[in-house]
Design a protein around this ligand. Sequence first.
Ligand SMILES: *[C@@H]1O[C@H](CO)[C@@H](O)[C@H](O)[C@H]1NC(C)=O
Ligand SMILES: *[C@@H]1O[C@H](CO)[C@@H](O)[C@H](O)[C@H]1NC(C)=O
Ligand SMILES: *[C@@H]1O[C@H](CO)[C@@H](O)[C@H](O)[C@H]1NC(C)=O
Ligand SMILES: *[C@@H]1O[C@H](CO)[C@@H](O)[C@H](O)[C@H]1NC(C)=O
Ligand SMILES: *[C@@H]1O[C@H](CO)[C@@H](O)[C@H](O)[C@H]1NC(C)=O
Ligand SMILES: *[C@@H]1O[C@H](CO)[C@@H](O)[C@H](O)[C@H]1NC(C)=O
Ligand SMILES: *[C@@H]1O[C@H](CO)[C@@H](O)[C@H](O)[C@H]1NC(C)=O
Length: 502
Amino acid sequence: MINRDSKQQNERTGKLDTSEVELQFFDSCYMLKEEEDEKWSGWLKPSCIPLTIILILILLVVVLPLLDNEKNDDDSSARLSDLTYLRKNCNSPCVFQLVESIPENLTYTKGSPLHPSIFEGWLDLIEKAEKSIDIASFYWTLRGDDVVPDPSAWEGERVFQELLHAGNTRNINIRIAQNKPSIYQPNKDTEYLARKGAATVRSVDFDRLIGAGVLHTKMWLIDNQHFYIGSANMDWRALTQVKELGAIMYNCSCLATDIAKIFEVYWMLGKKGAKIPPTWPISLQTDINAETPLGVTINNTLTDVYFSSSPPLFCPDGRTSDIDSILDVINKAEEYIFVAVMDYFPTTLYTKTKRYWPVIDDALRKAAVERRVHVRLLASWWNHTRPSMLYFIQSLAALNSNDFQIEVKLFIVPTYTEAQAKIPYARVNHNKYMVTDNSAYIGTSNWSEDYFINTGGIGFILNQSQNDTASSQPITDQLTAVFERDWFSEYAHSLSEFERYS
Ligand SMILES: *[C@@H]1O[C@H](CO)[C@@H](O)[C@H](O)[C@H]1NC(C)=O
Ligand SMILES: *[C@@H]1O[C@H](CO)[C@@H](O)[C@H](O)[C@H]1NC(C)=O
Ligand SMILES: *[C@@H]1O[C@H](CO)[C@@H](O)[C@H](O)[C@H]1NC(C)=O
Ligand SMILES: *[C@@H]1O[C@H](CO)[C@@H](O)[C@H](O)[C@H]1NC(C)=O
Ligand SMILES: *[C@@H]1O[C@H](CO)[C@@H](O)[C@H](O)[C@H]1NC(C)=O
Ligand SMILES: *[C@@H]1O[C@H](CO)[C@@H](O)[C@H](O)[C@H]1NC(C)=O
Ligand SMILES: *[C@@H]1O[C@H](CO)[C@@H](O)[C@H](O)[C@H]1NC(C)=O
């Protein structure tokens, strides 16, 4: 399966796989054998002897260490599967970089964790691109010209110009998968990029494909090597007026190859007349999931990693669904679960009749009650928050006591200037992540059922609590510090400050 995947990958990049090279050698030897004198058997024929020796050497180099490993392995059932091969060969020197958008004028006390901005991260990714940029996105308003102009729109404008430049002048192949445009989200940016020949754009029509939902994913993939995943939309506000969090992985082709499969699903479904296939092509299936994450060295620390995807209909065989990954991380926490999510509803929000959906709520309560895990939920509050969220989180917080630790707070991004007050849909904590004592989950979805049944989203799950490394967990440590910075800041409000609507 792995070979087929890499072959498919290489068809795009135009490179030849070493396994294909081997096949071609075989072919030429075999063909010669038919034509040449019968007295030489194929393998011993003079023209083939060097090749035969090389092949035997390859066999010795590749197979012997594996056999040896197996002998030394206590677990006798260790299998020489494709996954084992990939694990052993994932030598990418991956670097993990947390990136954040901190809204204009929002400040923290001195010494608080500070990470590069998403703006800087995106510019860096565009600059690093040599061949391709693939972007999976919800809507596009990077240019400030579709709203009341705001001086802080320049960062979005700059990203837009750099993309235009990359596609037009630097010959970078830009593919954009976006949610289907609408009157409210006309996506003039991508229309412009396409018209100028800077990008190929496909729109995914969830209404037609599954009857509801949107493509809500926010993901960038550069040269099948670096990628970004996080909460920021392709919106100038996401860089200067909305609080966002994401992760960039550099030099990580073995993981990029897997996230590329998620992009290819959107790309395929963005084709005119596309339908969800009864079975997905093998090239889009994966072996990297919650049961068998990929072991990758990230910042010199062995890390178990996989990607989850939503909705389940978009998950080829082997892909863990987004909701399953969230539950798995919650269920495996032993000491603490810190959740930062914009909207938290144990219901559906967008279905005709509201459905109660206590799946995540139950898992959090269970963790606190049965395993005495310390749960903290930091949701967001702004003018558009539905009042019922307050009731649900109050119900969760009602358990907080001497017996159980479930704390809930609401984060409010203040408006400091008149100009800020005039910007629609800004000044909110928009990030969506969770960190536990052993894992980090960085996602793109709000936590209500809609996001897991018919909305396109992804999760990036990292576990550094491996047995064979030191106890250091740089990624979860960093994310925990970011969570605590926000939790203990003046912007996180205790529920007692909120009046109960009736
Ligand atoms: C807010 O930030 C802007 C841009 O950095 C700055 O010019 C302005 O003085 C700040 N205003 C306040 C009230 O902090
Ligand atoms: C990625 O690898 C390149 C080439 O080895 C190196 O120059 C670069 O610094 C690496 N990037 C990061 C972020 O470590
Ligand atoms: C992370 O890895 C540790 C050690 O293998 C394991 O105990 C824990 O359950 C894992 N957590 C998740 C969410 O997979
Ligand atoms: C929220 O709405 C109130 C009243 O409608 C308004 O006074 C306030 O400025 C708004 N807040 C924000 C952050 O837009
Ligand atoms: C969830 O998140 C999106 C953006 O990521 C936001 O626009 C939306 O209003 C949020 N809330 C709900 C209830 O869907
Ligand atoms: C590491 O392995 C030992 C022995 O197999 C086990 O007792 C211990 O719980 C493991 N630790 C973790 C963090 O998985
Ligand atoms: C990984 O390394 C990069 C580059 O050195 C650094 O900026 C980043 O903070 C590190 N990440 C973690 C989780 O330590």
